[in-house]
Design a protein around this ligand. Structure first.
Ligand code: TLP
Length: 345
């Protein structure tokens, strides 16, 4: 039995023995010279899976999103994005500071979408006083909206509205393979009308590091320049790309197991009066804490060997992943039950 069941994020997975073997035996070269065959293969496979001409391997989802903003805008532009999205909340203001764009946040609905009317109303007409509105950013699955999957109809309506108004579209698809698994629609279809799409290897896919940005060949050539500027040009990085290739082959197809475990976890949590969990569509369980405090619960759970994170003043988050089995979920619930009994909740 595990001492600690770590539900803080799907980023906490450790590479398996088989993944480590793939990494150890990777053929490598200097990727800044374009010489790393494993990176080149990963970029080809990733682009194909997302239905785009090209892809670029980058160190993190944060850098992938920043590059997505950089390639689709000019400094002084305005970008539209959801007020709950990762770019707006968790990327240290990099769109403003580094890309030099003004962010205009629109209300995210609970399902992670935005209203088409809000998008259209926010696009500024040409006027000497206005910034140029040039980009709409979407997120699918949507982290702060509890791993919600944007329906294909929503993706289509939002991308069509944005393109109709002359905007480009970037999709933060950090967990787009979770969306694919949840709705049974290929990631390439989900991202079909997005000009750029990023996804992460270091989350549910179980890799130690890495993300990609995909788009047209011209856009990715420009993205490569931005990656170099940001210090993200890496050398014999086939070692990490090999983990990504392994994950696409072996781990992308098992994400449904994490979703089933998240549903099981949420159903178990619903039995406690202190907690009101969401109905998870994917691997993220967000829990409203209606008795006690978030900090109090996090400390008590940590003591009991269950790790979660705060996700707002009255909310915590638990995420299922490759290193959490169904019996780990049951054990976590048993530990939570003992903690709740002590707390009288
Ligand atoms: N999200 C992390 C935290 O930053 C919140 C997590 O534990 O979920 N887009 C989305 C939708 C993400 O959830 C994340 C990471 C990123 C981008 C950034 O990826 P990294 O951490 O690789 O920079």
């Amino acid at each position: 039995m595990k001492d600690v069941i770590d539900l803080r994020s799907d980023t906490v997975t450790r590479p398996s023995e088989a993944m480590r073997r793939a990494m150890a035996s990777a053929e490598v070269g200097d990727d800044v010279f374009g010489d790393d065959p494993t990176v080149n293969r990963l970029e080809t496979v990733a682009a194909e899976m997302l239905g785009k001409e090209a892809a670029l391997f980058v160190p993190s989802g944060t850098m992938a999103n920043l590059i997505g903003v950089l390639v689709n805008t000019r400094p002084g532009d305005e970008i539209l994005l959801g007020d709950e999205c990762h770019i707006f909340n968790y990327e240290v203001g990099s769109a403003a500071r580094i890309a030099g764009v003004q962010t205009h946040a629109l209300r995210n609905a609970a399902d992670g979408s935005m209203a088409v009317e809000d998008v259209l109303a926010a696009v500024r007409p040409p006027n000497i006083h206005h910034p140029r509105t040039s980009l709409l950013c979407l997120e699918n699955t949507h982290n702060r909206c509890g791993g919600a999957v944007l329906a294909i109809e929503q993706m289509d309506a939002l991308t069509a509205a944005a393109h109709g108004a002359g905007l480009r579209v970037h999709l933060d698809g950090a967990r787009v393979f979770n969306a694919q698994a949840a709705i049974g629609v290929p990631a390439a279809r989900i991202a079909r009308d997005c000009d750029t799409v990023s996804f992460c290897f270091s989350k549910g896919l179980g890799c130690p590091v890495g993300s990609v940005v995909c788009g047209s060949s011209d856009t990715v050539a420009e993205a490569r320049r931005h990656r170099k500027m940001l210090g993200g040009g890496m050398r014999q990085v086939g070692i990490l790309a090999a983990a990504g290739l392994y994950a696409l082959e072996h781990n992308a197809g098992r994400l449904g197991e994490d979703h089933a475990n998240a549903k099981r976890l949420a159903a178990g949590l619903r039995q406690f009066e202190a907690f009101v969990p969401n109905e998870p569509q994917t691997n993220i369980v967000v829990v409203d804490v209606v008795r006690g405090t978030v900090d109090g619960w996090l400390a008590a759970l940590r003591e009991a060997g269950v790790l979660a994170v705060a996700f707002g003043p009255r909310r915590l988050r638990m995420v299922t992943h490759l290193d959490v089995t169904t019996s780990d979920v049951d054990e976590a619930l048993a530990r939570i039950a003992r903690t709740a009994a002590v707390a009288g909740a």
